[in-house]
Design a protein around this ligand. Structure first.
Ligand SMILES: *Cc1c(COP(=O)(O)O)cnc(C)c1O
Ligand code: SF4
Length: 428
């Protein structure tokens, strides 16, 4: 396939340089004036960009910059890349730690929100800073620190916590890390017996696909099972280069998923989203999550209503391949974690009988067996409750299985992780 068009500014760059991620990183637009030149700003706008640069980091790779249509002020790729004055305005509902991650951080770089898996924030650096980033409070900070002690402390926490069977390495962007350093971390994680799977969350295949080298892939495949989740938001981000990067990862045996953030003016449209999920399947990437935009400070101009997400799922489910349909999730304010939201397909219910509707609006009934006995194939019976550390009702799933008629009324139940956070804070 023909390579993607380059912006005239880089038309003369030799292909060996253009296709070298190091060249892309060292030629990224990082300061306000470079960016303002590229955006063809007026003097007033240039002042604005300078003002914004004091608050937020920029980095725009020549590759990703070339995907922007500079003649279109509403270009969906440009909107993700160019700073806007609205970023300096925080809406009242926006808070710095809006998803409550700090409450669940037992040690630096680890967020242990769910019982059996952790988020491992390997680095604050990204090769491109998305204007809507939910982790704006941390990314781009810390500059070029190495944080080897913190990384070791995070690995030690994982090693000492046997419930953790799944480690999600994210950031920032973990693939900005050099291969050898990444391998050091992977080797240590793989040496931990209870770590079953390792996954990466990365935007590298979208913004600097040349970083997915065959060397990186051969290194990663030594540590299987590894899953990679990438982050395409618009069909225009799928190019011969990003497709090739995904092919290299998939050929090295990594199942690929994608998360998309629902964004006003970028992809808040069933037609755009259907095109995106179809294009993703063509490059062997399976849509995983569609995120309702978080309440990150200065991002209100990107947010669409939750109802738009439901409308999009309604337009996909049944209308296209089942596994092209992502789960639409909202990350709850207050540290509640991700909650899936879907259109209602259950129209009504009576004992033994359900009325369901399909994507076309057709309705029919499902009759449940009248002789069903709740017996577990493992013969563990009703005691087969969702694991709870202290025998108390700790989730809706365990409520269904226990004799207790209600959860404790006072506050949310504490997870083991939250208890551990408190212990760490109190220095016990
Ligand atoms: C999203 C997330 C995970 C992973 O969640 P899955 O639903 O398993 O993909 C883990 N930890 C944190 C803190 C997260 O935000
Ligand atoms: S790549 Fe991810 S962490 Fe980095 S700026 Fe974009 S959304 Fe934020």
């Amino acid at each position: 396939m023909e390579p993607s068009k380059r912006h005239p500014r880089w038309a003369e760059v030799a292909p060996e340089q253009w296709n070298d991620w190091r060249w892309q990183v060292s030629h990224s637009l990082k300061n306000a004036d470079d960016l303002a030149d590229f955006m063809q700003c007026s003097e007033g706008q240039r002042e604005e960009v300078r003002r914004l640069s004091r608050n937020f980091r920029f980095a725009l790779t020549p590759y990703y910059a070339s995907l922007i249509d500079l003649n279109d002020p509403d270009d969906p790729v440009g909107l993700q890349a160019f700073p806007q004055s609205m970023e300096l305005v925080s809406a009242p509902e926006e808070e710095q730690d809006h998803i409550g991650e700090e409450h669940y951080s037992p040690v630096k770089r680890i967020v242990h929100r769910y019982p059996d898996r952790v988020l491992f924030i390997l680095t604050e650096q990204c090769s491109f800073y998305c204007r809507f980033c939910t982790r704006r409070r941390i990314v781009g900070g810390g500059m070029h620190g190495e944080y080897l002690d913190e990384i070791q402390e995070a690995i030690t926490y994982i090693a000492e916590t046997p419930q953790i069977r799944d480690v999600l390495i994210s950031g920032g962007d973990p693939f900005v890390y050099a291969d050898e350093k990444l391998e050091g971390v992977l080797a240590k994680l793989r040496a931990i017996e209870h770590v079953e799977i390792i996954r990466f969350g990365t935007r590298v295949p979208v913004v600097i696909p040349m970083r997915i080298t065959s060397e990186l892939c051969s290194m990663l495949r030594k540590y299987h099972p590894i899953y990679v989740n990438t982050h395409f938001n618009h069909p225009r981000e799928i190019t011969p280069e990003s497709a090739a990067a995904c092919a290299r990862l998939a050929d090295a045996g990594m199942p690929l998923g994608n998360q998309t953030v629902l964004m006003r003016g970028v992809n808040d449209c069933p037609v755009v989203m259907k095109k995106l999920v179809h294009e993703l399947l063509k490059i062997r990437v399976r849509p995983y999550y569609l995120y309702q935009a978080d309440l990150a400070p200065g991002t209100k101009h990107f947010r669409a209503p939750i109802s738009k997400g439901i409308e999009i799922i309604e337009s996909l489910r049944g209308h296209t391949t089942g596994f092209a349909v992502p789960n639409f999730v909202v990350d709850m304010v207050g540290g509640g974690g991700k909650v899936p939201i879907a259109p209602n397909y259950v129209v009504s219910q009576a004992p033994g009988k359900w009325v369901l509707r399909n994507f076309e609006g057709f309705m029919s009934t499902y009759t449940e067996p009248d002789d069903y006995e709740d017996r577990c194939p493992e013969k563990c019976g009703a005691s087969h409750a969702t694991p709870s550390t202290n025998g108390k009702v700790q989730s809706v799933a365990s409520l269904l299985r226990s004799r207790a008629p209600a959860m404790k009324a006072k506050g949310r139940q504490q997870t083991a992780a939250a208890a551990r956070v408190r212990a760490v804070r109190q220095g016990t």
